[in-house]
Design a protein around this ligand. Structure first.
Ligand SMILES: OC[C@H]1O[C@H](O[C@H]2O[C@H](CO)[C@@H](O)[C@H](O)[C@H]2O)[C@H](O)[C@@H](O)[C@@H]1O
Length: 596
């Protein structure tokens, strides 16, 4: 039986990330980058697709686990009949090659332990050859080579395509294991001392987390979410992935299984806004540089998502040899949504660059030149229907959220010029801003029901319209805003949270078969909107209800299935953590302060 999605914890090194189950099993790890092939893919299949478990012999599931303070160092504890033990898992921050360290520490009495490693490259398909050299075991296939470093006390042997160790750990003893990836045509790097690596990993995370400016009542949840967003950042380029996984299903057994290991302009800009709001300007600077490189060229060729280094081709395919998480087939890599037109990303990008500048990130001519190009392109294209932020896989529509975000792009451009930051055709932009506003209020508003709709002329609702007061399109006390918030709260409610739009049981809703859970980010948006329209108690109650869905180490997937009571969708997902942070900030009055 598969572990629940919330039974996993994340460790990572700002290049890639691993998921560790409550059973001490690493069931997901892509090397050397987030979007590389997985060498442990049991998450989407079974142990034969690759995993690494370290746990007491005969035990199933740990007693408890936690991150060590404000770090990404995971400690998993077991109390057994003979003693207690913990396994410390982490990935040292690296300049070159990825490295996963696991240290087994005896806490009380003595415990018989086992380690089992099955390395399978290319998402669980390729069985490598294993070579031994002293206490190191190197698995090689094609371009990949992974070296498992063991301690002499762990009595390791390799047979039957798995490497096993059995040993006893006593109170006070520490038995380390390391796993290092390197290109198979190059010699492996010299081993690093696990204890030194642990000390420096703890120090780096502690120092980073101490920089968090948020001081409100939900500090622990906010800091954990910031650490998670940071862990989804690809340090070499400044790109940010939407989640660490591919194909965790939006409903168990369903087909809504997508690859999120890419940089969406929407998700990445929102990540940056959350980081900037909490004092992390360095990441914002790195991402701005990533953006300038990724989108360079003709603005008509703007993509809504890119690879970690700005790659544009992300062809979608299915991995037929993997059965999928709990039988949720197909498993996809690549993402066809990369080819879509999603007009909101123009507004997202311009808005985040505006916010970053307000927060103190220096003005730069190249950044303004990029915005001018995006605005020119939007000026000629905002009237087109698009696939919208929910990336529908059916005919394009005039989505209200896309048009509202086009208004945001024009509004921030006007305000930038008015503030004297840069020059631009402000009269024309003002006129366009007014025109978009008029059109949305006429064609995107249902006067009969008193709510903004999903697209022009439709009666459907869309939780994305909850952003209308937040982006300043209309004031919070406008009856159209109040009507939209209350209608969405009533009609999109799903198990105490909200759906992003009506249950897509009918394929016409978004072009994808099957239903899905409540959307976590949208539930935070609703909490935020309720607060903004003065429904403070309802907003806070909803916010805390969603906070309660975090797993034991503070992580959230994309959705929540109230029927099974489980997290569903890719994990951990940036979107969910972004809106946890933003909503905590709004509900506790913590807003971005421009640098002096
Ligand atoms: O619902 C169908 C689409 O679902 C995915 O997109 C979602 O995730 C993105 C990344 O977090 C987010 O930016 C987007 O708003 C969400 O709808 C999937 O990536 C798409 O391929 C799919 O069509």
């Amino acid at each position: 039986m598969a572990w629940r999605i919330e039974d996993y914890a994340l460790v990572g090194d700002l290049h890639t990330a691993a998921l560790v189950s409550r059973d001490g099993s690493i069931d997901w790890l892509c090397l050397p980058r987030f979007d590389s092939g997985a060498c442990f893919a049991a998450l989407l299949g079974d142990e034969e697709n690759g995993h690494w478990r370290i746990a007491p012999c005969g035990e199933h599931g740990c007693t408890r686990r936690a991150y060590r303070g404000d770090t990404l160092v995971l400690e998993t504890f077991w109390n057994t009949s003979t003693g207690s033990v913990k396994v410390i898992d982490f990935m040292p921050h690296r300049d070159e090659l990825p490295d996963l360290v696991r240290i087994v520490e005896g806490l009380r009495g003595e415990v018989r332990m086992e380690s089992e490693v099955r390395l399978r490259f290319d998402y669980g398909r390729i069985m490598p050859w294993v070579r031994r050299s002293g206490h190191s075991w190197t698995a090689i296939a094609g371009p990949d080579s992974v070296r498992l470093g063991t301690d002499p006390r762990s009595h390791t042997h390799s047979a039957g395509f798995r490497t096993r160790s059995e040993f006893t750990v006593r109170a006070g003893e520490r038995v380390p294991f390391t796993l290092i990836w390197h290109p198979s045509h190059e010699p492996g790097p010299p081993p690093e001392d696990p204890e030194t690596a642990l000390a420096s990993t703890i120090r780096v995370w502690d120092e980073w987390a101490a920089g968090c400016a948020y001081r409100g009542p939900w500090r622990e949840a906010v800091v954990r979410s910031l650490i998670t967003l940071k862990a989804l950042t690809y340090r070499p380029t400044g790109g940010v992935v939407a989640a660490a996984t591919t194909s965790l299903p939006e409903v168990i057994g369903g087909q809504r299984n997508w690859d999120y290991r890419y940089c969406w302009l929407r998700d990445a800009t929102l990540t940056l806004a959350a980081l900037v709001r909490n004092g992390y300007l360095e990441e914002a600077g790195a991402w701005r540089e990533w953006l300038l490189r990724a989108v360079a060229g003709d603005p008509a060729d703007l993509r809504i998502m890119y690879g970690l280094a700005g790659e544009r081709r992300l062809p979608e395919m299915t991995l037929d040899w993997l059965p999928g998480y709990a039988g949720s087939f197909p498993v996809r890599i690549g993402n066809a949504a990369a080819e879509q037109l999603q007009l909101d990303v123009y507004g997202q990008v311009v808005d985040t660059l505006f916010l970053a500048r307000q927060a103190g990130l220096g003005a730069e001519v190249d950044v303004w030149r990029l915005q001018r190009a995006l605005l020119d392109h939007l000026e000629s294209n905002w009237r087109q229907p698009d696939e919208g932020l929910w990336e529908v896989r059916c005919e394009r529509r005039h989505f209200v959220h896309s048009k509202v975000m086009a208004w945001v792009a024009m509004d921030r451009a006007v305000r930038t010029v008015e503030a004297g930051d840069y020059p631009g055709p402000v009269k024309r932009w003002r006129a366009l801003r007014d025109e978009i506003h008029r059109e949305v209020c006429t064609r995107g508003y249902d006067t009969e029901r008193g709510t903004f709709t999903r697209s022009y002329g439709s009666r459907e609702l869309d939780a994305a319209t909850l952003v209308i007061p937040r982006v300043g399109f209309l004031p919070p006390d406008d009856p159209r805003v109040v009507g939209t918030v209350t209608t969405i709260a009533r009609e999109l409610e799903h198990g105490g949270l909200v759906r992003r739009y009506a249950d897509p049981v009918d394929i016409a809703v978004d072009g994808v078969p099957g239903t899905e859970g409540a959307f976590i980010a949208c539930s935070f948006w609703l909490a935020n909107a309720l607060h903004t329209i003065g429904e403070h108690t309802a907003g806070r109650d909803l916010f805390e209800r969603v906070l309660d869905l975090r797993n034991d180490v503070g992580l959230l997937a994309e959705e929540w299935d109230p029927v099974t009571g489980q997290q569903v969708g890719n994990f951990p997902q940036a979107y969910s953590h972004i809106d946890l942070i933003n909503t905590a900030c709004v509900l506790s009055g913590h807003e971005v302060t421009p640098a002096q």
